[in-house]
Design a protein around this ligand. Structure first.
Ligand code: PLP
Length: 355
């Protein structure tokens, strides 16, 4: 796949980069941003000329619709540097498609492919010094779109801003993750916005996650909203269960986000000869599998952490600890995927795209 140059961008560069002042060895995830940001406004369905300007705050009217009605969507992706200083993106076409799927669901305009892809390529290229070599170093990319039109009447905005900001990141290790299985709160419902990467899905999770944190759990495993019997996602990650030697993950639906890492792990696991079943696991099946010893692993998948092993889960106030195992499938798949992303292993799927 190649990225075609089809748009013109106005570029204003910073007088001098702040990169020398950044401690790349001690980066907290998502706190430091690069020198520049990309944006493109859409006014009455007409996309304006894209801009790259110094990273800085910008003004919005207090009645901007994003503040009142939550028209806000985003993506999360990463750039990687290989041993020869080339910079690579991972499946950006998937993020682009999902972005516009989210836009549609939130009654926002779809971003033209040239603006998304070319904007991405040009800004990442400009900031390539911020992508450090070596496994674990990445540039986290955050495309997002907000409703900037004014007026508190409850209707879709007539004005939007699409932006891309970039944050250098170290590999994300969240320590031992214990999860609690949701039996009351829901992340998403049929007919809702769970399949969109909408800001509101995250704010909806904060309170129940805070309650889980207070009980000593880092994340919640979300279940279906109607019956709380089917296991769906782990926090803001897709979730896999290894029962005996089969990896189970729920099919995507209106309640489950179609993760790029999830689908890549499915393809990779199949290629590596693991059995994969895309089918829902019931809470009762998980508890039974834990009791009879057939439950070997649980792990979340997402761009930030790639693969995040889970050490145990709580259901109805009983804690079920997972066995410690050698040759964890989660870690094998994480290593394989990471090597593809850093161009240390052949990319037979053609997932990586050079900037
Ligand atoms: C972003 C996200 C994921 C992971 O998607 P990736 O494309 O793998 O990063 C999973 N679940 C939810 C709810 C998400 O918002």
């Amino acid at each position: 796949m190649s990225l075609k140059k089809t748009i013109e961008i106005d570029i204003v560069k910073v007088p001098s980069s702040k990169i020398e002042s950044i401690d790349f060895e001690n980066l907290a995830f998502g706190n430091v941003f690069t020198d520049h940001m990309f944006y493109c406004d859409c006014i009455d369905d007409v996309w304006q000329k894209p801009q790259i300007v110094p990273y800085e705050p910008f003004l919005l009217d207090p009645s901007a619709k994003v503040f009142h009605y939550g028209q806000a969507i985003f993506e999360g992706m990463k750039a990687y540097k290989d041993e020869n200083d080339a910079v690579w993106l991972f499946r950006p076409d998937q993020n682009f498609e999902r972005f516009n799927h989210s836009a549609k669901r939130m009654a926002m305009p779809e971003v033209p492919e040239a603006i998304f892809m070319e904007g991405l390529k040009v800004i990442v290229d400009m900031e390539r010094n911020w992508v450090k070599k070596g496994i674990g170093n990445t540039l986290y990319i955050r495309p997002f779109m907000i409703a900037t039109g004014t007026g508190v009447i409850a209707a879709p905005s007539n004005q939007y801003r699409f932006m891309i900001i970039l944050s250098p990141a170290k590999s994300y290790y969240s320590g031992e993750v214990k999860v609690i299985i949701a039996d009351h709160y829901s992340r998403a419902a049929n007919g809702g916005i769970g399949a969109a990467k909408a800001a509101g899905n995250y704010s909806a999770q904060f309170y129940p996650t805070k309650l889980a944190n207070e009980k000593g759990y880092q994340q919640i495993i979300w279940t279906d909203d109607a019956s709380h019997t089917k296991l769906e996602e782990a926090g803001t990650m897709n979730v896999f269960f290894r029962i005996n030697d089969t990896l189970y993950t729920a099919p995507t639906s209106e309640r489950i986000l179609d993760g790029v890492t999830r689908k890549s792990i499915i393809d990779l696991a199949k290629k590596e000869g693991f059995k994969v079943a895309v089918q829902s696991v019931l809470v009762s099946e998980l508890v039974a599998a834990s009791k009879n010893g057939s439950l070997k692993e649980i792990f979340g998948t997402g761009t930030a952490a790639v693969v995040n092993p889970i050490v145990g889960f709580s259901f109805e106030d009983i804690y079920y600890e997972l066995p410690t195992i050698e040759n964890s499938v989660a870690l094998q798949l994480k290593e394989k995927l990471t090597k593809i992303q850093y161009k240390l292993e052949e990319d037979t799927f053609e997932w990586t795209v050079k900037v």
